[in-house]
Design a protein around this ligand. Structure first.
Ligand code: FCB
Length: 456
């Protein structure tokens, strides 16, 4: 089979997140975030861990940049820790925090790796949470000011900016199910949090564009999953559409259309947010690119007993189960072509895509994570198909560079292209890392899986 070529100047890299890798949780003036607090609450993280140290990236960033260069990466998506820059969320700036990211950006550029900065990857300064958190509208203006401060410092070199990572996860898991920080079960605050996140996105976009010296290209990253009905019954189909409204359309429509989906609004009317005049214009100001995080799909069936949405997830077949979710490659193609058809974003980046594999180092020091290679190949073939169909995807960021702290699952799931021994902090490039480095070098993939791989 012929190699599948990717477009010229395709961005290839990995994505990371400050809280999950940096460690140094209270160093150099950093303030506490809601994850510092939440992870210490008994029972919130399955292995009882936290990210106080994580991958110690705060001290090992130079080595990590060298690894990216060794893997041929030409781009890197990372997040900035808001409480490192503003320990109280607003007010006094912590200079060492800005200095850290300044050095990181210079280090990346020196190796020809383009920085893609995410401003919010879930580590809200604790002080802002104490003042009401995302359900409080003021948080949106604090976020815009934080964006301005960062743009002032880094906007002479950085041109790719992401306001938020996955507002659906922040609002639904942070304020509805309580699985993630701040761990609230607060239905009335959930969609208000989502609305304020969007508002903050719009305000930050203005701040970035007016402050950065180099023209800022700004996007938002959404976690998108196709929702399929468990059977062909009309009831299951309707359940899937309702669920799609809550997890996908509620987060796409405001950005692209300046309104929330009508069916979802009606369904959840009692917990819908308060919107002020002018909000939706701010929120729907054109983005430069959409960031798509794709992991899996949902399969839903009708369930009259499930509160509000009457839809419940059908469990995946054991053989397709990654340990956290179903492995389902075609969903990436489906999602991308749907977004293109319904929302027409000018540019798209795949900002996350990956799986947890229970990796271990073999006797010869190699790490044969063939299941990850298979997942990567499956997904990149689907991505290539979508690009061929005309979907304007300009880059792919694998989740993730290093094994790291996976939120409420602690350190158990390993998502990295690079293995981390948490006792010694030694990094070992996995076979998947070698594999993707070749893909990047050729800017093409061999779709032939070669000899049979291990089962998933
Ligand atoms: C995404 C998050 C990222 C990581 C992956 C596995 O939802 O953005 O931080 O946890 O899932």
């Amino acid at each position: 089979m012929a190699f599948l070529n990717f477009p010229d100047k395709f961005a290839w890299g990995a994505a990371t997140c400050a809280y999950q890798i940096e460690g140094a949780w209270n160093e150099d003036g950093k303030g506490p975030s809601i994850w510092d607090t939440f992870s210490r609450l008994p029972g919130k993280v399955s292995d009882g861990s936290n990210a106080d140290v994580a991958c110690d990236h705060y001290h090992r960033w130079q080595e990590d940049i060298r690894i990216m260069a060794e893997l041929n990466m030409n781009a890197y998506r990372f997040s900035i820790s808001w409480p490192r820059i503003l320990p109280q969320g607003a007010g006094k700036i912590n200079a060492p925090g800005l200095d850290f990211y300044d050095r990181l950006v210079d280090g990346l550029l020196a190796r020809g790796i383009e920085p893609f900065i995410t401003l919010y990857h879930w580590d809200l300064p604790q002080a802002l949470h104490d003042a009401g958190g995302w359900p409080n509208r003021d948080t949106a203006s604090h976020f815009a000011e934080y964006a301005r401060i960062v743009a002032e410092r880094l906007g002479d070199r950085v041109t790719k900016w992401i306001t938020h990572n996955e507002p659906s996860v922040v609002s639904l898991l942070g304020y509805f199910t309580g699985e993630y920080a701040p761990g609230e079960i607060n239905p009335m605050g959930t969609f208000q949090a989502a609305h304020n996140l969007f508002l903050s996105h719009g305000l930050a976009m203005q701040a970035l564009r007016t402050t950065a010296k180099k023209p800022a290209q700004v996007g938002i990253v959404l976690h998108l999953r196709p929702v399929h009905p468990a059977t062909n019954s009309e009831l299951d189909k309707a359940a899937a559409w309702r669920y799609d409204g809550v997890i996908n359309r509620f987060f796409l429509d405001p950005v692209f259309f300046g309104r929330y989906p009508e069916d979802t609004w009606k369904l959840l009317e009692i917990i819908m947010p308060k919107i002020q005049d002018g909000d939706m214009e701010i929120i729907s100001a054109p983005i430069d690119f959409l960031g798509v995080n794709y992991y899996t799909r949902f399969v839903m069936r009708h369930d009259p007993d499930t509160m509000l949405i009457q839809a419940v997830e059908a469990p995946p077949a054991e053989s397709e189960y990654s340990g956290l979710w179903e492995i389902y490659g075609p969903g990436l193609y489906e999602m991308l072509t749907r977004i293109q058809k319904d929302y027409h974003p000018a540019q798209i980046y795949i900002t996350e895509n990956g799986i947890p594999v229970p990796d271990g180092i073999d006797w010869d020091g190699r790490l044969r994570d063939y299941r990850r290679i298979r997942y990567l190949r499956d997904n990149l073939v689907q991505l290539h198909r979508a690009i061929n169909k005309g979907v304007p995807v300009l880059g792919y960021f694998h989740w993730t560079l290093l094994d790291n702290f996976e939120w409420s699952h602690g350190y158990e799931p390993r998502f990295g292209l690079v293995y981390v021994d948490y006792k010694t902090q030694k990094r070992t490039i996995k076979e998947s890392g070698r594999w993707i480095s070749q893909v990047i070098q050729q800017n093409a993939i061999d779709p032939d899986p070669g000899p049979p791989f291990f089962p998933r």
